[in-house]
Design a protein around this ligand. Sequence first.
Ligand SMILES: [Zn+2]
Length: 322
Amino acid sequence: MPAFKSIVMGELWMSFMLKERKEPGELKLLRMLKARGGLLDDSRFWSLQKGYRGEVLFDKWFSSVDGEWIVVNDLLLEHAGSVFQIDSLVIGLDRVYLFEVKNFEGDFLLEKDRWYSGSKEIKDPLLQMQRCEAALRQLLRSLGYQLPIESSLIFINPEFTLFNCPPKLPIVFCSQLNRFSKKLLQQSASSGRLHARHSRLAEKLCELHMEKSRYERLPEYRYEELWKGIVCVGCGGMGVRYHYRMIECERCGSKEALDMAMLRTINECRSLFPQMKITTKIIHDWIGETVSKKVIQRVLQINFSLIGYGKSANYVKEPQRL
Ligand SMILES: [Zn+2]
């Protein structure tokens, strides 16, 4: 059961974040592949990264909004055969807010319910949000909650313009966020304090959340085809130099303790190749033979457990450290 975490404790209001947003696993893996030359088409990476950055900006904005709520971020739910994803769900006393966050940039056009970026038609984000709202309503009813849902499509990027947008649509532009936060505060102030029933709903939704499969949309990649070496923690490049107990990037100048960099690089290998048996020899190859086997063995011994004997010996994560 996730613990409550207080994010705002003003004199009057208390908000809780029950489920914090994490960087999507797919984005992390695509970043690792990109750094090692394993992505022929990186458009999915850039699109995921842009979306995630928009959601982080939204979280930052919402954490400054006064009021009493429970925030449950990034839910993947299923009800009656339909799977739906919620960027941010906020539980107030008398309603549930559903926020769909878009980090679109540039000029867009809305014409007869069709959305265009330049001359290219794109998926209707309002329709996507409405479907999500309908599925959420059914789910809430099945859990015994009749709370109304108030959905908003948030365009978080200040460089976004939507031509032809009727003012009555449930859309909030970046330039309207200040006024929108005042409206939310008024609604919270006029409703009152949350009850245990609201917390139970938030906890139930967290329980129903499904983790995405790591293989869902990953491109094919092979160990032999990826560049070997240590990726810079600062710029994601491969040009790092090794000094005594430190590594330094030739491109951006970022420095990192050698043991930290080694552990990070070992974990990259484990994430990209979960079936691979981790040995000193494999890691020595994975880091491009830039660091001695003695150092690798030390880092492996400190952070992992050795199982098996002889040629089948390999390092695994100790259960208690997971
Ligand atoms: Zn760098």
